[in-house]
Write a protein of this length. Structure first.
Length: 280
């Protein structure tokens, strides 16, 4: 039986798929820090397209493993509601001075319904919002994967309650928003300025720390306002809406009884015996 409020049960095969996806994520986002200078991927602009084609396949495998035996109709319904809500409110702030109006839902949803649900939610919410806003492109798989890990991480936080929980979620929201921005920058940074052309450019074969400093300086120079805006917006929305939404989502989880088994067909328990009226 899955733990209380956990809308998606993560079975051993799904756990293995998540571990493999984590390894591929490290390569997809961090290859500029790991690749050797004579590697083919270090030259040209093939890497973003290569991983843009690979990541959807990885996500499809992981989502299939999580869904098989772990995603019931009630979880799908909740997933649809939160994904539709996120897709509807994202255009209100996305791309405007870093104001991001959807990440707080990822944090709160992953917190209440667990890491498995959070991973699926990050993918479906970003995909639905991209279709709605016309944001489909080679960057979308990176955004989906990054959002999935943000929501999954929220589901793994310590089980605190009250003000301590809100403070924990606020701190996590700020840190996750900044790391998310840095990872997305890392995915296209090697081709933004040209290899080795400036002091902020990707230098194939340079020490990891050297290239890491370069990408951090690149992020500070180009996207700091957006990343800080995302962190502030997400933190404020978590603090403002968290007390109400956490109670609402937890009430919905209790009523849905995600952890209770559902009996159907031959597995259904026998009906209680009926008493016959005594003869007259």
């Amino acid at each position: 039986m899955r733990p209380a409020n956990r809308a998606v049960r993560i079975r051993p095969r799904a756990t293995l798929a998540l571990v493999v996806a984590a390894g591929i994520s490290v390569v997809a986002f961090g290859w500029p820090l790991l690749v050797s200078p004579d590697a083919v991927i270090a030259r040209g602009a093939t890497a973003p397209w290569t991983f843009a084609l690979l990541l959807p396949l990885v996500l499809a495998v992981v989502l299939a493993e999580i869904s098989e035996g772990g995603l019931d109709a009630k979880a799908v319904a909740m997933l649809g509601v939160l994904s539709a809500l996120g897709a509807a409110i994202r255009p209100l702030g996305a791309g405007t001075a870093g104001v991001e109006t959807v990440f707080f839902l990822l944090v709160l949803g992953g917190r209440v319904f667990g890491p498995g649900f959070g991973f699926v939610l990050g993918n479906t919410m970003l995909f639905a919002s991209a279709l709605l806003t016309g944001g489909v492109g080679p960057w979308l798989p990176y955004q989906m994967l990054g959002a999935a890990w943000v929501a999954l991480g929220a589901g793994l936080l310590p089980s605190w309650r009250g003000r301590a929980e809100l403070a924990l979620l606020a701190a996590y929201s700020a840190a996750a928003s900044l790391v998310y921005g840095l990872l997305l920058n890392l995915s296209f940074w090697p081709f933004a300025l040209g290899a080795g052309s400036t002091t902020l450019s990707f230098q194939p074969g340079a020490p990891i720390l050297d290239n890491l400093v370069r990408v951090v300086l690149f992020s500070l120079a180009t996207s700091l306002g957006w990343d800080v805006g995302r962190a502030i917006t997400t933190t404020v929305l978590v603090l403002v809406t968290g007390p109400v939404l956490l109670r609402t989502l937890r009430r919905a989880a209790r009523r849905a009884s995600f952890g209770d088994p559902v009996f159907t067909g031959a597995a259904a328990p026998p009906p209680p015996p009926t008493r016959r009226a005594p003869p007259a």
